[in-house]
Design a protein around this ligand. Structure first.
Ligand code: C2E
Ligand code: CA
Ligand code: CA
Length: 664
């Protein structure tokens, strides 16, 4: 609307005072936007040839009619002089027809076209009136008719070029007026015809100027819409925080790269990175600082990558890199990836806060093990997840073993979906023993799956798959049912330790069903400990606090399992209302020969004592490990040194040699 009003104001003068300034503005192309000039140029290019053909034809038809009546200079030289600029313009049009001129060239072409008309229009008029003297009344009317029609035709052809329409009409009509004022052969009929023609051309001019306004408005609206569309497109492909390409753009670029590399023997690598412990940064320093860190990480990644590839932010603290190296080998890509990871480990200065983070990277090389965009992404992401389990701040290359693992997981998933979980799953029980007294404090229930098609599948394999494919709830329920049935047959002073998955804990519906089952079993809650892994506990600390508090308030014990494997902050973990911690096997292994493990376990034992928590030492395999642990003050132990997990029917026999405590 603004555009339209502005244009109208320029077309219709607000007062006679500014007529000159207005005319100057209206006749110049300088105020027109490049988009409008382009549209005018396009319209002019399609109509130019037509206009000059009509002009030339009319000039020469008139010259022909007067050939034997008027002198040679009027019917030969002047038409020839008028023909020259017309033909020149036609030649120029012909030569420029396949070129795409710049905005300035288009502007210049429109100015030229207007100037040519400034010359042709008055000259043509003067020529016409000069011919009048040599014709009879009938021939004179032909001149008026021919000139009027030519002006009308020119006006129509120049609709989109307001400057040309205006100047041509003004010049033609002014010449006409001068002629009428100065002519001495004027008769009422020609006078009337001239007035008619002038009125019609001015009416036409009025309508065309309004049409021009609509045209200009349309162009501006279209330009605005195009600008909006391109801005939307840009935003749709950019991450608003880091201004890096976003997930969508990354996949488009990856698709294009695959297409380009296909069949050409080209190589490139896709890397997925995430920051280790970014969640803790957000929790400790707030989201605003977390955002600034992500911005700086994006900038640093760009400078680390330079011309070797592109970086995108996929979401959260997940970044993706496309590393180009047509001839690169796996070691080259890995060493470059490690360079990037190392580069990120230098501190970030955010205001007055200096932050140090590490980043892990999953890497896959095209086209070894994956060749489509989705496959490449999934493989790199898989390598990242696997890599993060063992080490952080490192590069993990997607390998053939990873591919086999994925295939195996897919088979397990397929089988799990079609299996009767209750029939094929069983539970075994591993004793937790008091090393001092030799009595059995509790049994940890561990899942076993014997599939008729796959054979024995370890819980380390099928539980993560069940978690990924949303099957963990029925699995937990089937296992809990069997475990509670077994617990009901054990002596009162023996407890059950039951593992819960993070998916059980974060789903209120699943948790409610578990609580209902526990309640329905009628077993004293203090006989049951629920084990929560460290990674689950830090998944969403607030949510975990709520769930664990609920369990504790109902009298159940809650043990933090695999302590030391989850790279999480100890203070955060110990803020949870736990009743027990279980030190991971990795710290127990060879503790008799490893002073570092000894120090860690000793510190954890002191900590658990100070906090009034029980501490179970997992995976004790040798008598030497057991003695060392006892020296450090650890008493509750679980491991092969006592027993491997036992089938339910062997529990009674076990309790004969390692009896339950006399009081619970
Ligand atoms: P976890 O909860 O840490 O269970 C202890 C694992 O260590 C068990 O492996 C056990 O057999 C093994 N283990 C015990 N003592 C020793 C030892 O001295 N040496 C060695 N090398 N290993 C020992 P398992 O039964 O294969 O279970 C693996 C993991 O699968 C469990 O680790 C747990 O995270 C998960 N899992 C097992 N059963 C269940 C279940 O019913 N529900 C859920 N959610 N997870 C389960
Ligand atoms: Ca456990
Ligand atoms: Ca454990």
């Amino acid at each position: 609307m603004l555009v339209s009003n502005a244009t109208k104001q320029r077309t219709i003068p607000p007062s006679w005072k500014g007529v000159l300034a207005w005319l100057q503005g209206v006749l110049s192309f300088q105020q027109d936007s490049p988009a409008l000039v382009q549209a005018q140029y396009r319209a002019w290019s399609t109509q130019c040839l037509l206009l000059y053909t009509v002009l030339l034809t009319n000039i020469w038809l008139l010259a022909y009619t007067y050939f034997s009546h008027a002198p040679g200079w009027l019917v030969l030289y002047i038409p020839s002089a008028l023909t020259v600029p017309c033909v020149l313009r036609m030649v120029m049009w012909w030569r420029a027809r396949s070129r795409t001129p710049s905005a300035e060239q288009m502007r210049a072409a429109l100015v030229q076209a207007t100037v040519v008309l400034w010359v042709i229009a008055p000259l043509g008029m003067v020529w016409g009136w000069a011919l009048q003297d040599y014709g009879d009344r009938y021939m004179q009317s032909q001149i008026i008719f021919c000139m009027a029609m030519t002006v009308v035709c020119a006006m129509l052809c120049l609709t989109q070029i307001r400057q040309a329409v205006l100047s041509m009409t003004l010049l033609a009509n002014m010449t006409c007026l001068v002629y009428f004022i100065t002519a001495d052969t004027l008769v009422p009929t020609t006078f009337a015809i001239a007035i008619n023609v002038s009125l019609i051309t001015f009416t036409l001019l009025w309508m065309l100027l309004h049409q021009y306004n609509d045209f200009a408005e349309l162009i501006h609206t279209r330009q605005h819409a195009e600008h909006l569309a391109s801005e939307n497109l840009r935003r749709a492909h950019r991450d608003s925080l880091t201004q890096l390409p976003n997930r969508r753009e990354f996949f488009l670029a990856l698709d294009a790269l695959c297409e380009q590399a296909r069949g050409r023997g080209m190589r490139f690598a896709v890397a997925i990175m995430d920051l280790d412990g970014f969640k803790a940064v957000n929790d400790l320093h707030g989201h605003a600082l977390g955002d600034q860190l992500l911005e700086q990480v994006g900038q640093r990644l760009q400078s680390l990558l330079q011309s070797r590839g592109t970086v995108a932010r996929l979401g959260g603290d997940e970044f993706a890199l496309l590393i180009n190296d047509a001839t690169g080998d796996a070691p080259d890509f890995i060493s470059f990836g490690q360079q990037v990871c190392d580069g990120l480990s230098a501190p970030f200065q955010i205001g007055s806060t200096a932050l140090q983070v590490t980043a892990s990277m999953g890497l896959v090389i095209y086209p070894h093990l994956a060749s489509s965009a989705t496959d490449l992404y999934q493989c790199a992401d898989y390598a990242l997840c696997q890599g993060k389990r063992n080490s952080r701040g490192m590069v993990s290359l997607f390998s053939r073993q990873h591919r086999e693992r994925i295939q195996r997981d897919a088979t397990i998933q397929q089988t799990l979906r079609t299996t009767q979980l209750e029939d094929e799953l069983s539970v075994v029980f591993q004793p937790i023993v008091h090393a001092g007294h030799g009595c059995t404090i509790a049994f940890e229930a561990l899942a076993r799956w014997h599939s008729p098609t796959l054979g024995f599948v370890s819980p380390g394999e099928f539980i993560p798959v069940a978690e990924r494919c949303g099957l963990v709830a029925p699995l937990t329920e089937a296992l809990l049912k069997k475990s509670l049935q077994a617990l009901a047959t054990w002596p009162e002073s023996v407890r059950l330790s039951f593992n819960l998955s993070v998916h059980d804990l974060i789903s209120p519906a699943a948790m409610q069903r578990i609580l209902d089952m526990l309640l329905r079993s009628g077993i004293t809650p203090s006989r049951i400990d629920l084990e929560v892994t460290e990674t689950a506990a830090t998944h969403d600390v607030e949510q975990m606090q709520r769930v664990i508090s609920t369990l504790r308030s109902r009298g159940y014990g809650v043990a933090l399992d695999d302590l030391g494997t989850g790279f999480s902050s100890l203070s955060q973990l110990l803020s949870l209302p736990l009743s027990k911690i279980k030190v991971d096997r990795s710290f127990i292994m060879s503790i008799d020969r490893n002073p570092v493990s000894r120090k860690i376990v000793s510190a954890l034992l002191t900590l658990s004592r100070d906090m009034g928590l029980e501490c179970v030492l997992e995976g004790v395999e040798t008598p030497a490990e057991r003695s060392t642990l006892m020296e450090l003050g650890g008493m509750l132990m679980q491991g092969y040194v006592y027993a491997k997990p036992l089938p339910g029917d062997q529990v009674t026999a076990w309790l004969q040699t390692h009896p339950a405590p006399t009081s619970s």
